[in-house]
Design a protein around this ligand. Structure first.
Ligand SMILES: N[C@@H](CCC[C@H](N)C(=O)O)C(=O)O
Length: 291
């Protein structure tokens, strides 16, 4: 057994969008993209759709300015190691971890992300609610193509980019092995998360998602918010105009999320967040992954 210092990790998920959580309060760990991809590898690593590094805002250059408002920064990485601005399921799991580790109290927790500070409400058990900020709906949109069929997709930004396509049948989405082609690609210079959506009933939809940097996942929180807002506009609902909140249930492969758009334009997401396991990286394995 190596005598090198052991680094802890945990595993968690939110509606089966799963994450490796790496506590690094003082921001000492340098995690290059290749190391993150190795850790998230489902065969050769711990396995996960993404990685959540838990860093004190004061110890991270991208979050230092938010340190007075939010003690902790969610350094989110996709499964391929790329950096994303925001992760909706991730921020619920991140908050659950803070409580689990005794780093925060139940109630309201502010968490710094690359998309800004997000406020999270949670108790010792039960669902977690996050104020996800406002959805932006840029005019430029794309056409998404899959298995020889094409659909227009609504452009929604939840801090990260989404293209929401309403389809007749989720089976049309096949296995979503690669990035579904979209055009014009210039609309999303940094890539995009693509949601395929069907109606399930009044204010109730189901989606599948191909995530930028992770492939098809069983859930995407920011994607579910984007879907709820795009569906509301399609249905002629706009809380900012009517003053009435609108709630959609969004089914994902890994469960269900409740998304409410409020009259002030902000979006609230409620769903589960689970810590599954904790352990240590083998120091030699980690050293090789970091090399
Ligand atoms: N699964 C996440 C989104 C993670 C980031 C995304 N893949 C991106 O690159 O923007 C969620 O729950 O929101």
């Amino acid at each position: 057994m190596s005598t090198a210092q052991r680094i802890a990790f945990l595993k968690g998920h939110g509606t089966e969008n799963d994450f490796v959580i790496v506590p690094d309060p003082d921001g000492r760990l340098d995690l290059p993209a290749a190391a993150v991809a190795r850790i998230c590898d489902r065969r050769a690593g711990v396995g996960g759709d993404g990685l959540l590094r838990v860093v004190r805002s004061a110890a991270h250059p991208e979050a230092r300015a938010s340190a007075d408002e939010a003690e902790w920064f969610m350094d989110y990485r996709n499964g391929d190691g790329s950096i994303a601005e925001m992760c909706g399921n991730g921020v619920r799991v991140f908050a659950r971890y803070l409580l689990y580790a005794g780093l925060a109290e139940a109630g309201d927790i502010a968490i710094a992300t690359r998309a800004g500070v997000r406020r999270v409400r949670l108790d010792r058990s039960g669902d977690v609610t996050v104020s996800m900020g406002r959805a932006e709906l840029p005019e430029e949109s794309v056409v998404v193509t899959l298995d020889g069929r094409s659909w227009p997709a609504r452009n929604v930004n939840m801090g990260n980019p989404h293209a929401v396509a309403f389809v007749e049948d989720l089976a049309h989405a096949g296995e979503l092995r690669g990035v579904p082609p979209y055009s014009p690609t210039a609309v999303y210079p940094d890539g995009v998360n693509i949601e395929f959506v069907v109606d399930r009933g009044p204010r109730h939809v189901a989606m599948r998602v191909h995530e930028r940097g992770s492939g098809e996942t069983r859930s995407c929180g920011t994607g579910a918010c984007a879907v709820a807002v795009a569906t509301a506009r399609r249905d002629g609902a706009d809380p900012a105009r009517t003053g009435t909140p609108v709630t959609y249930t969004v089914d994902v492969l890994g469960g269900s999320l409740s998304i409410t758009e409020l009259p002030d334009g902000t979006v609230e997401m409620t769903g589960p967040a689970v810590i599954v396991a904790e352990g240590d990286f083998d120091p030699d394995w980690l050293a090789a992954a970091l090399a």
